[in-house]
Design a protein around this ligand. Structure first.
Ligand code: CTP
Length: 398
């Protein structure tokens, strides 16, 4: 959620400023790019060197870098750099200035220049926090769009106890992540995706498999998670690794394992995308010892596996059910038949006749055909970009 985001952390004069060091570490661990802007009085509580070392970026507190250097810090550039601005700790004094638009230091000039969402984590004594003026200022900055990360109840630096402690760094990170997730288009939706091949065992060392890499399914799972869905990824044997949070991965081996996992998780899903290349046949018997070679040829009797997608199509209620079709001829006709037979909302067709489409490539060229027989042909593009097109189509059903 925070990976790659530019976060500008504003630190004001409060004993809670020491906790900002932990906050920076957590944000950096989440993959965020962190820059720090601090007031003169914050420097009394924590050194810029500590913050610069942890954030791996220069720390800003003044318009110039020393009166005799001729170098100045650009508050507008810094404000526009930020994807998020977080004031933690926010003192009563800086809160009051933010409310009134006072701009007498570098941090406040940066705040006024920023166009991004602003989060504030106040820190002050309980009576200061309760004071009518503070509450009025807080309401004022919230009306301007700032999001409050509420102070916590507990022991305060004054020796008193009550509401006013800055939220703990872990809670600040969680709060921001949750608040960002809520804005995503698929927030609250549950999705199940299948990916990769299945392996059907012949004996303890051999199997029947296929060349599916799992790349397409993983890309779809990641795109759904990026857009806020809670994703269950049921993966056959694949070297792919999910690189986005919000995905619960369940590893399976055979078509039967995948069938069982899909049926365990199907109910309650809003979106189901079946991109796995499931074996249609598996050996009738699995030898419990390694088969020894003989002079004559070998035939292995195969039995049909269950069609997972079809079985889900029969059960489906409100789910959006998406299937894949990999065809070599009469592509659209075959795909449309599959869509009807399996009771799908839409089907993603790739043809092996298209260069760069199908198994193991990093690219794919697909057509999306829906239950109303509306068909859209897409260009050859990366599997990540194809996943975006598929998720855009899914979003049209909500
Ligand atoms: N599928 C499935 N279970 C199977 C076989 C396929 O869930 N046992 C799903 C795939 O994940 C895919 C869709 O069904 O979403 C189409 O798979 P495909 O094998 O191309 O189609 P089939 O219906 O098996 O038809 P055919 O093999 O004859 O093309």
């Amino acid at each position: 959620m925070l990976k790659g985001r530019n976060i500008l952390l504003g630190i004001t004069g409060s004993i809670a400023a020491y906790k900002s060091a932990f906050l920076i570490r957590l944000l950096v661990k989440e993959g965020a790019n962190v820059k720090v802007v601090m007031t003169e009085s914050a420097i009394d509580f924590i050194t810029p060197l500590t913050l610069a070392t942890l954030s791996k970026n220069p720390v800003y507190s003044d318009f110039t870098e020393g009166k005799d250097t001729g170098k100045w810090n650009n508050h507008v550039e810094l404000g526009l750099w930020a994807d998020l601005m977080v004031f933690a700790p926010l003192s009563a004094n800086t809160m009051a200035k933010m409310a009134e638009g006072i701009c007498d230091n570098f941090m406040l000039a940066t705040f006024l220049s920023a166009r991004c969402p602003v989060y504030v984590a106040p820190a002050m004594d309980l009576d200061m926090f309760k004071h009518d003026t503070t509450q009025k200022n807080l309401k004022n900055i919230q009306d301007q769009g700032a999001v409050l990360i509420p102070p916590e109840d507990g022991e305060l630096a004054s020796g008193l106890s009550g509401v006013g402690r800055m939220a703990e760094p872990e809670n600040i990170v969680q709060f921001i992540q949750h608040s960002l997730a809520k804005k995503l288009p698929l927030y609250g939706k549950k999705a199940m995706v299948t990916a990769g091949p299945t392996y059907e065992k012949i004996d303890p060392v051999r199997f029947i498999g296929n060349f599916s890499s799992g790349k397409m399914g993983f890309a779809i799972a990641e795109e759904l998670a990026k857009q806020g869905a809670n994703v269950t990824l049921i993966a056959g044997p694949s070297h792919e690794k999910e690189s986005v949070s919000g995905i619960e991965r369940i590893d399976v081996l055979s078509a039967q394992n995948m069938f069982d996992a899909c049926h365990t998780h199907f109910s309650g899903m809003d979106i189901v995308v079946m991109s796995a290349a499931v074996a249609d046949y598996s050996p009738k018997e699995i030898a419990d010892k390694k088969l020894k070679k003989k002079d004559e040829d070998l035939s292995i009797p195969l039995k049909r596996t269950q069609d997972i997608l079809k079985s889900l199509g029969e059960k489906k209620e409100n789910q959006i059910l998406v299937g894949f079709a990999l065809e070599t001829n009469d592509e659209k006709e075959n795909a449309l038949n599959k869509l009807k037979r399996k009771n799908l909302d839409f089907i993603v067709l790739n043809s092996l006749r298209d260069k760069g489409a199908g198994f193991a490539h990093d690219t794919n060229k697909v057509s999306i055909i829906d239950a109303n027989n509306k068909s859209v042909d897409f260009e050859l593009k990366s599997k990540a970009a194809v996943a975006k097109d598929i998720v855009e189509k899914i979003k049209t059903y909500f």
